[in-house]
Design a protein around this ligand. Structure first.
Ligand SMILES: [Zn+2]
Length: 132
C-alpha cells in the first residue's frame, strides 16, 4: 500500500506508528483445545493485546466463527462460565461435577473417569496423570 507521507518528516511517521493506545490492538490470538457441544465445535480464544500484560478470553463457535462472549473473560473461563455463555445463546448444556474438587464441569471438556468426571479447567491433565 502507498501512503503519501513526506519523507522529510520521519519523526512524525514514527510517532504515528507508536500512537496506538496500549490494549487497543490484538497482536496475537491463541485458540485453545476445541471442544464439541451438541455437534458444534467451540473454542476458547485467548487474545494478547499490544502494550499490556492483561489478556482476554472469548468463547468462539468455530462452525461459523461467532464470538459468543458479550464481554471477554479476564482469565481462562471456568466450565461454569462457558456453560453460562452457551446458555445465553440458547444452548442448554448440562454440567457435571468434578470428582476431585467438586467444581461444575462441562462434560464436553472434562475427562471421563471410571467413577465420574475430571474437569479440564479446574484439575486439568497434570492432576489426571498424577493419579493414573
Ligand atoms: Zn476439578
Amino acid at each position: 500500500m502507498h501512503f503519501d507521507i513526506p519523507l522529510t518528516l520521519p519523526k512524525v511517521v514514527i510517532l504515528m506508528g507508536n500512537s496506538s493506545r496500549p490494549g487497543s490492538i490484538v497482536i496475537r490470538e491463541i485458540d485453545h483445545t476445541p471442544f464439541e457441544v451438541f455437534g458444534e465445535q467451540h473454542v476458547v480464544r485467548e487474545l494478547i493485546w499490544n502494550g499490556i500484560a492483561a489478556r482476554s478470553f472469548d468463547l468462539v463457535r468455530l462452525t461459523d466463527g461467532a464470538v459468543l462472549t458479550d464481554e471477554s473473560f479476564g482469565e481462562y473461563p471456568t466450565d461454569a462460565q462457558i456453560a453460562e455463555t452457551l446458555r445465553d445463546h440458547g444452548v442448554d448444556v448440562e454440567l457435571s461435577v468434578c470428582m476431585f474438587c467438586g467444581e461444575e464441569v462441562l462434560p464436553a471438556t472434562a475427562h471421563r473417569r471410571r467413577n465420574g468426571w475430571v474437569g479440564n479447567s479446574c484439575c486439568r491433565d497434570d492432576r489426571l496423570r498424577a493419579t493414573e
